[in-house]
Design a protein around this ligand. Structure first.
Ligand SMILES: [Fe+2]
Ligand SMILES: [Fe+2]
Length: 369
């Protein structure tokens, strides 16, 4: 099944707020936004349609937000949908009342765009994450651990505090275990409709990197863990770029693209401040956007300067970006992505690619590297 757009319901009687919320939320990833102005409309809509997130103003005519929230939680199709209450005043009594009725969060107007984006990202994937309950227990456990650990890692990078590398190591070990038990497509399919791009992209890079490492027969034990961790951490510099840019990687304006490209240098700054980071992570972070003919960034390195880690990182980065396109089955997207990479031998090491290809199709790898 293809990608399904997330549905957000916004209820506020102030048109300006309603419009700016709708505009902002729709720039994130092309969400399907419905904006209404009364509590009655909210109740009618939530009885007939499932939403992924509801932003609910407290003071509205006819029926206020608290009453509407009570009705949403009492029955209908959105008893479990995350609800963020919005109000111009933060009175403790109201916040408590909203929490008691089942609100997930509370925001005071006016709020900064970045804050709204953070909230939307935090809650809009709840329906997707709830479906992880249907996976094998170790897969579900691994995915929940991934959300938490990657969140902690990226927050640490953003705040400039030490990266919890022990947790990244544990997550890498779990990832290897789940992948080696044949769970690759279960995991990739489970995050297909998840919209936190930094989370899904980092996780995919970890999955592809661990497959690649194994296929070469050259990286075992700690070495394979290190390459897996490199996949998870390669874009850690994105932690320092604002969410409105990071969240739309495929349709950036030129000035935004310039800012986005800075994630490599920002990532290196973070890693250099963490002396226990291993060589594969440094190399892959630095060089995953480089190309063999020197046309990549940030340094335009050529093939003599790009070692095996850098070459593997560049292949997996492009593969991951191509295969992430929404609306296609994972296997089909993989097949197409490999074809595209194979067509650019001037950029990627095709002798290395053969190992990665073999592991994806579960063929025999072309011997040990
Ligand atoms: Fe990157
Ligand atoms: Fe990346």
């Amino acid at each position: 099944m293809g990608y399904i757009k997330k549905r957000i319901l916004i209820a506020d009687d102030e048109a300006s707020i309603r419009n700016s919320l709708a505009r902002l939320a729709s720039t994130i990833q092309g969400y399907d936004i419905t904006a209404v102005e009364t509590g009655v409309e909210v109740v009618n809509l939530t009885n007939s349609k499932i939403f992924d997130l509801i932003l609910l103003d407290i003071f509205m005519p006819e029926m206020n937000g608290l009453e509407a929230l009570g009705k949403i939680r009492a029955g209908g199709m959105n008893t479990k949908t995350p609800v963020i209450m919005v109000s111009a005043h933060s009175q403790l009594r109201m916040v408590e009342e909203a929490a008691k009725l089942g609100a997930d969060d509370f925001m005071v107007k006016p709020f900064k765009n970045q804050m709204l984006l953070e909230k939307v990202y935090r809650y809009v994937n709840a329906n997707v994450e709830r479906k992880w309950n249907n996976l094998k227990p170790e897969q579900e456990k691994f995915l929940r651990m991934s959300v938490n650990t990657l969140d902690i890692l990226f927050r640490s990078a953003k705040e400039g505090v030490a990266l919890p590398l022990g947790q990244a190591h544990d997550l890498s070990e779990h990832l290897i275990e789940v992948v080696d038990k044949g769970g690759v497509y279960d995991i990739l399919d489970a995050i297909r409709n998840h919209d936190n791009h930094t989370f899904t992209h980092s996780l995919r890079m970890g999955v592809y990197m661990t497959l690649f490492a194994k296929s070469t027969g050259r990286f075992v034990g700690e070495n394979r863990i290190n390459l897996t961790m490199a996949g998870l951490l390669h874009d850690i510099g994105k932690a320092k770029i604002t969410l409105d840019i990071v969240s739309k990687p495929h349709s950036l304006e030129p000035h935004e693209e310039k800012m986005m490209k800075e994630h490599v240098e920002l990532g290196m700054e973070t890693l250099k401040a963490n002396p226990r980071v291993q060589e594969p992570t440094m190399k892959i972070c630095w060089n995953h956007h480089e190309r063999l003919d020197g046309s990549g960034y940030p340094r335009g390195l050529g093939k003599e300067e790009l070692d095996i880690y850098s070459r593997m990182g560049a292949i997996v980065e492009m593969f991951s970006e191509l295969a992430e396109k929404k609306g296609k089955s994972t296997r089909h997207a993989h097949y197409e992505a490999l074809g595209t990479i194979r067509n650019t031998p001037e950029w990627y090491d095709l002798d290395l690619l053969k190992y990665f290809e073999a592991t994806l199709y579960q063929n025999h790898a072309p011997g040990q590297l």
